[in-house]
Design a binder for this molecule. Structure first.
Ligand SMILES: Nc1ncnc2c1ncn2[C@@H]1O[C@H](COP(=O)(O)OP(=O)(O)OP(=O)(O)O)[C@@H](O)[C@H]1O
Length: 485
């Protein structure tokens, strides 16, 4: 088949050479123009090129990068080097792909060949748009009978997968707001926490992961119902139960940037809005310890007892900072209504997906308006360590899944409360001499101490309650005896 095809093409080329000699220039020109069409009619293989243009052709450059990443991560694992001598190691193939080198890929049983080439300019050209020196391009070759599959499905598959790889490999950022310049200051986000290492009941963890995944896939749904593509999470629970760790795990799971918003450093609502507009898509906006950032304890009235404040009437809904310290308290005018606008997503009309996460140690201190469903869509309780969570921490910290002391620990965990942070602290060997058993015994000691303290606290509470009851009883009787109203 290939031999037949080769001889047909060879014949055509010979014909072209002969005709070029004997035909007048006008006919030669026509021949030049249609010769390629004639050849491609016989050629069963189709080629498509993707080039590395920069500047004006940003989109094209993105497609190029996606293809490059796809070939690096996906095809490379399956690809066979067609022309190279041998595959020396498991390095991504494309990185060492020389010009005109080829790699093979397979899609739905169809074989596809990619080759890497450089564009060599035919002549010196002048362009307003800067071009990479001898830009590279990837050429895709496939049999013409698969044209539909390749153009309608395979290329899209490569671009989607490549884009996902680009986003996965992107160095993510942690932004904090600078109180001086009211600007976001970026740093590289490298928190190692993941859902695998997060100690939490597996069912709850799965539920959160599914919720996050669903959110990222619902762009059209949010557009259809006319809502900004955002979701609010409220993480609440005692200190050390993993609220910050959960945020890091979410960011790593979704490959999102994190904007850690320190509300006490924001001057007013205008500044808050500007900072939020500057956040990028695919990000988590975090306000930690929301109960300490604003006085949001309900009754949205002005704090500070300044009844004569001229803003009082037109600012009924506002609740200026009360709990701030020193200078910040005087200068910041971020209000509850400003914050509610922020959650309601007026600012996020600029599009893109964003998570908003609030954390608090005191759920009861927050204004119900702030945390109602629709604003904070999902309330997640971060609670004390259960046995399931302990087992995960033991695997992470000590690399064990079973131990004879697990039974004692399980019993103690059901009898007392200890945070995952405290469990983790005890599972870290304090010296080189401490082995697994020593760490587990440290934890048992800590659990027993916590149990004793809880029992003592309960006893004291009961005693205090009894004394109070006694005093009340005495007071009631005294009122009766002396006829006091
Ligand atoms: N659920 C958890 N899973 C794994 N590690 C945890 C968990 N909770 C706490 N830790 C460990 O304890 C440390 C403190 O936890 P973290 O800062 O996430 O708690 P927090 O609830 O945010 O506390 P705070 O309310 O004081 O900010 C973390 O660095 C982590 O090592």
């Amino acid at each position: 088949m290939l031999a037949q095809y080769g001889s047909a093409i060879g014949g055509l080329m010979l014909l072209q050479a002969m005709l070029q000699q004997y035909f007048p220039p006008i006919l030669r020109e026509l021949l030049e123009r249609y010769f390629h069409k004639l050849v491609s009619f016989f050629d069963p293989y189709v080629e498509i090129s993707f080039s590395e243009f920069t500047g004006k052709y940003m989109k094209r450059s993105e497609a190029f990068t996606s293809i490059q990443n796809y070939l690096t991560e996906n095809a490379a694992s399956r690809a066979k080097r067609l022309k190279a001598d041998s595959v020396k190691d498991n390095r991504p193939l494309i990185l060492s792909m020389a010009d005109h080198e080829q790699v093979a890929d397979e899609y739905n049983g169809v074989k596809i060949t990619w080759s890497s080439n450089k564009i060599v300019p035919a002549s010196t050209t002048f362009s307003l748009y800067p071009m990479a020196q001898n830009p590279r391009y990837y050429k895709l070759t496939f049999h013409r009978r698969h044209r539909n599959l390749i153009t309608q499905s395979y290329i899209q598959h490569v671009l989607t997968e490549g884009k996902a790889i680009t986003s996965k490999n992107r160095q993510r950022k942690l932004y904090t707001n600078d109180p001086q310049d009211s600007m976001w200051i970026p740093a590289v986000f490298k928190h190692p926490a993941t859902f695998e290492t997060l100690a939490m009941h597996p069912d709850k963890k799965r539920e959160i992961m599914e919720d996050l995944t669903k959110f990222t896939e619902r762009k059209e749904y949010y557009a259809k119902i006319g809502k900004a593509w955002k979701r609010g999470y409220l993480l609440y629970g005692p200190p050390g139960t993993g609220k910050s760790t959960m945020i890091a795990a979410m960011a790593n799971f979704l490959n999102y940037d994190v904007y850690d918003l320190e509300l006490t450093a924001v001057k007013d609502n205008t500044e808050l809005r500007r900072l939020l507009i500057e956040t990028s898509s695919k990000s988590i906006i975090v306000i930690e310890d929301i109960d300490c950032s604003l006085d949001l304890t309900g009754q949205r009235k002005k704090a500070g007892g300044d009844d004569n404040d001229k803003d009082k009437e037109d600012d009924k809904d506002d609740n200026p900072l009360k709990k701030m310290t020193g200078k910040e308290q005087k200068s910041s005018k971020v209000t509850l209504s400003g914050l509610l606008n922020f959650i309601d997503g007026i600012w996020s009309a600029c599009g893109g997906e964003r998570l908003i996460v609030f954390t608090t140690n005191h759920l009861d201190k927050l204004d119900p308006a702030l945390i109602r469903r629709g604003r904070m869509d999902k309330h997640i309780e971060m609670s004390y360590c259960c046995f399931e969570s302990f087992k995960l921490l033991a695997t992470n910290y000590l690399n064990i899944e079973h131990h004879i002391l697990f039974k004692t620990i399980s019993k103690l965990l059901s009898e007392t409360k200890i945070t995952p942070a405290d469990v983790a602290e005890n599972l870290i060997p304090k010296s080189d001499n401490e082995d697994v058993e020593a760490c587990l015994r440290n934890l048992i000691q800590a659990l027993e101490a916590a149990k004793k303290k809880a029992e003592k606290d309960t006893k004291l509470k009961v005693q205090r309650e009894k004394k109070r009851e006694k005093r009340l009883k005495w007071w009631r009787e005294a009122k009766k005896r002396w006829n006091i109203c």
